[in-house]
Write a new protein. Structure first.
Length: 167
């Protein structure tokens, strides 16, 4: 399948909300979470008012159908209002998702490759939070993310663009 990548802008706000919902990991066999969950303040902040000067993101479009099929984006949070994968005020957190019908086709790899290439020019590192049972942990490790924090159910992973984590 041919895809193109495009910068996420405020015009894609509805798609960012849809991707944010898909980015919330639900283990196999678990009931789907209600779509309203993305309106909870601790989750909504990953999408609300997209387009700040420090926001950086890409979306993937299927060239045949024109359909938007995935997105990956970075957002900075402050110590006073941290995200789930907060490391510090200069390290943005990664969120990403691909529509279920398009998973396993390399779209997430492509989004992540391009986004990290862009991020390396602007930030010292990128962090994320991921459930320990989420198969995406393997993808993040492949891209050089290492565990920075571990709790009972999730990891905070970090990719430094300079230093030991990028070796």
């Amino acid at each position: 399948m041919l895809i193109t990548l495009h910068p996420l802008s405020p015009a894609e706000q509805d798609f960012i909300w849809a991707m944010l919902y898909l980015a919330i990991y639900t283990p196999p066999g678990s009931a789907p979470l209600p779509p309203e969950i993305v309106q909870q303040p601790d989750i909504a902040k990953y999408a609300t008012g997209w387009g700040k000067s420090t926001d950086l993101g890409l979306y993937a479009r299927n060239m045949q159908s024109g359909q938007m099929i995935g997105a990956a984006w970075l957002r900075l949070f402050k110590y006073t209002d941290p995200g789930y994968g907060y490391v510090d005020d200069t390290t943005p957190e990664l969120s990403m998702a691909v529509l279920p019908d398009f998973r396993g086709q390399g779209i997430g790899n492509r989004l992540l490759t391009e986004l990290l290439n862009l991020a390396e020019k602007r930030f010292p590192a990128v962090s994320l939070s991921v459930a320990t049972s989420n198969p995406a942990v393997l993808l993040y490790k492949k891209f050089g993310f290492v565990t920075a924090k571990l709790d009972e159910h999730s990891l905070v992973m970090l990719k430094n663009f300079a230093g030991p984590a990028s070796q």
